[in-house]
Design a protein around this ligand. Structure first.
Ligand code: PLP
Length: 484
């Protein structure tokens, strides 16, 4: 396929065509089965070349939105997911609030280890899909060959070979980080904790996307921080106008945003928007903490570049981990920033001195052995296939009016039920049936998302998962009927 055109501000023109067709379908102007405008017409209307229009149509075809018919053209797919609406977006940012993360967040982390439950709850990939067993072999070898030397304290910033391996990989996300500016942490969770602690004082307000990962809330609570949530769309991410208004009226100390495939929406903020967000933050002198744990799990052609790789990036702290791609149990994450490294390293040794040494050595060896990229290719395919199977089954079984996200990466789905259904009540029924999912009200400090749920698609499609989705659909109806 021809290379798509790129405008001066680096937005791919085919993305504008993709959005144009998506909007026509969403508004009902193009119905399932209907022919979409010819390539010639759309190229003229959108001011792009025919090959760029074709690239956009092929992209929509690969997402199942369009179907090509030989000698005839492109048609809106009759696939039932395409006919479901997209989740709604909050109309404005939430007022500043204290954070109180509640008992169910703690309970979700407890449930994460319960292997008797159908695994639709926590965002943890199946161990069979992860590289944990390969990593274990490196660990065994390191224990045999270097155990004596590695059984000592690591430098507070982390084992040099691992930091160097991460620094080399940072070229893949378009912003080469120096190994000296990387601090190894206990997962992304500690990275976020250190970043917030380095920037904010108790009582300060942090802006987050809405809905946001429920694991942010205990961190914000522990640091006595307040929060304002910014409306975020399930397709194209944070609302820049809403952020602008929030920053005008609220003294925000820092923003904590997802770099790609926000949990739970799976949305992707475009590079153009990322630069707009950064310009706003620069104007208000507000630092950004970005969480890129899902960045390597993209279904498109290229890894999305994080905020820190954008032209307008000035004051960004990058946080990530290997929990979603290699081994959550190794608890290895990292934080990278040029402006805050000493402060972060000091905070790290004040709290834990350093991370465990052997596991860091083993992960460094694994990354250097060169199998990680191949592993990631397989992992992305599995997650995309799982997500498609779960989405299709939801489309076929859930009540009319259910809306669903269409993530282009990560492995979680956001489902919005008709608003007379209470997802927390469905959760109580589901747990009794041995099925876990995450109710929507966990992902906010507001009263929103009570009829939403997040479904993890981190396990390969199988009959247990299929039955669980069918059962969930039944429970949704049971819950609705119980109210009438
Ligand atoms: C957005 C996001 N950030 C951070 C984490 C936690 O990552 P880690 O296990 O590396 O601490 C998760 C886990 O679900 C997540 O979804």
């Amino acid at each position: 396929m021809d290379k798509p055109e790129q405008t001066a501000d680096s937005e791919f023109r085919y993305e504008a065509v993709v959005k144009f067709i998506d909007d026509l379908i969403d508004s009902g102007a193009l119905a399932p089965g209907q022919k979409v405008p010819s390539l010639r017409k759309v190229s003229k209307a959108r001011g792009v070349s025919v090959s760029t229009a074709l690239h956009a149509y092929r992209m929509l075809e690969s997402k199942g939105v369009l179907e090509a018919q030989p000698q005839s053209g492109f048609y809106v797919s009759a696939n039932s997911v395409v006919q479901m609406g997209k989740p709604s977006v909050m109309s404005r940012s939430t007022p500043v609030r204290k954070v109180s993360s509640g008992a169910l967040v703690a309970n979700m982390f407890e449930l994460a280890g319960d292997t008797d439950l159908a695994p639709l709850g926590c965002a943890i990939p199946s161990p069979d899909l992860l590289a944990a067993s390969q990593l274990d072999k490196f660990l065994a070898r390191m224990t045999r060959t270097r155990g004596k030397h590695a059984n000592t304290y690591a430098p507070p910033r982390g084992v040099d070979s691992l930091r160097a391996a991460i620094a080399r990989r940072s070229i893949n996300w378009g912003h080469a980080v120096s190994a000296d500016d990387i601090v190894i942490t206990c997962g992304c969770t500690e990275a976020l904790h250190l970043a917030l602690k380095a920037i904010a004082q108790p009582g300060d307000t942090i802006a987050v996307e809405s809905p946001n990962y429920f694991g942010f809330l205990p961190i914000l609570q522990a640091l006595h921080l307040k929060v304002t949530e910014i409306p975020t769309d399930s397709i194209d991410g944070i609302s820049v106008p809403a952020l602008e208004v929030a920053l005008e009226k609220t003294p925000v100390k820092a923003c904590l945003f997802s770099s790609a495939f926000n949990n739970p929406l799976g949305c992707l903020t475009s590079e153009e928007k990322k630069n707009q967000v950064l310009s706003l933050l620069n104007r208000h002198r507000i630092p950004l903490i970005e969480d890129d744990v899902y960045g390597d799990i993209f279904f498109g052609k290229e890894r999305p570049r994080p905020y820190s790789a954008m032209e307008k990036a000035k004051n960004v702290i990058y946080c990530s981990s290997f929990s979603k791609t290699v081994a959550p149990g190794y608890r290895i994450g990292w934080i990278a920033s040029s402006g805050y490294t000493d402060k972060l390293a000091a905070e790290k040794y004040a709290t834990t001195l350093c991370g465990p040494t052997l596991t860091q050595v083993a992960l460094g060896e694994y990354l250097n052995a060169g199998a990680y990229d191949n592993h990631l290719r397989g992992l992305r395919k599995s997650f995309a296939a799982n997500m498609a199977a779960v989405s299709n089954t939801i489309a076929d079984t859930f009540p009319a009016g259910t809306r669903i996200s269409r993530p282009e990466g990560g492995f979680v789905l956001w489902v919005e039920l008709p608003d007379d259904i209470n997802a927390r009540a469905v959760f109580d029924l589901a747990i009794r049936e041995g099925i876990c999912f995450a109710p929507g009200d966990l992902f906010t400090t507001s009263n929103n998302y009570r009829s939403c749920l997040r479904i993890s698609c981190g396990y390969p499609w199988n009959t247990q998962i299929e039955r669980a989705i069918w059962k969930l659909a039944e429970l949704v109806v049971v819950q609705r009927n119980a109210q009438t």
